[in-house]
Design a protein around this ligand. Sequence first.
Ligand SMILES: Nc1ncnc2c1ncn2[C@@H]1O[C@H](COP(=O)(O)OP(=O)(O)OP(=O)(O)O)[C@@H](O)[C@H]1O
Length: 308
Amino acid sequence: MTRIEVQSLTKEYGGRRAVDDVTFTVRPGRVTGFLGPNGAGKSTTLRLVLGLDRPTRGTATVGGRPYAALGEPLRRVGALLDTQAPHGSRTGRDHLRVLAASNRIARRRVDEVLEETGLATVAGRRVGTYSLGMRQRLGIAAALLGDPGAVLLDEPSNGLDAEGIIWIRGLLRRLADEGRTVLVSSHLMNETASFADHLLVLGRGRLLADTPLREFIHARVEPRVRVRTTDDGALRAALAANGHEGVRHEDGHWTVRHARVETIGVLASRAGIPLLELAAEEATLERAYLDLTAGETEFTAPPQEART
Ligand SMILES: Nc1ncnc2c1ncn2[C@@H]1O[C@H](COP(=O)(O)OP(=O)(O)OP(=O)(O)O)[C@@H](O)[C@H]1O
């Protein structure tokens, strides 16, 4: 079992903390989404785990050892980082063959991973002619080459089209089902929700959440009801009598938090309250994530003017 363990990990660049005292464990057999806004410190954390950078403090281990101490590391952990650019003049197949040879990986694995990533038909073409999506697949093929127990992918959907995105979801699921440790970074909540079982959320270098995806959704997505009536007084009284608190907005509509349309509809009907509007106003997962990471982004757009 190849767990990834990060303990009090800290990385400073010129006095600025890119990663700030982060502790987590990535377990095998599930897909862990590594989420955070741009500049949150995801790539830096992955680089520290992969021994590509030295921590200011703390430790990161793969299967109980620091990356640098792993014998034949490609067989233990495969990684896709956006910084890895294969030689443009080599063919995809040659790129993988060189990697395989230098890591004492059987040559037949090259054809297996080419097949697995859908690159078999373009394997003889120079990498320089590849589309962004093909390069991304080649990076994933390289990560899988050593049949590793742990896979770390930094924004793997980058450049992939809709079909590629569906393919990557299936791949991540299969890798986890095979008992591997799968850590996938992204800055997009809804995309991560489509494949992750577990979430690690980073903001300005700090760990903001380490939770199963279901719990994240359950705890943060609050059902609300939007309602409008000709009799505000009666609605207020009926809501209060049933333990609900409604907020009336200037334009006359109400928001009732922690409530469902079924409940509010029945309640209004029983009280004989005429309704002009009744709708579910589900706060989206994206909204919940943006709320969590608000103030944790390095670069924020200027606030939009209030809509009227
Ligand atoms: N080599 C470096 N030298 C100086 N600062 C760095 C270096 N690498 C990263 N940083 C800084 O560390 C912070 C975290 O960056 P990092 O790339 O880890 O974030 P990220 O979460 O991966 O963001 P993105 O989604 O944009 O890739 C940023 O402020 C970045 O500018």
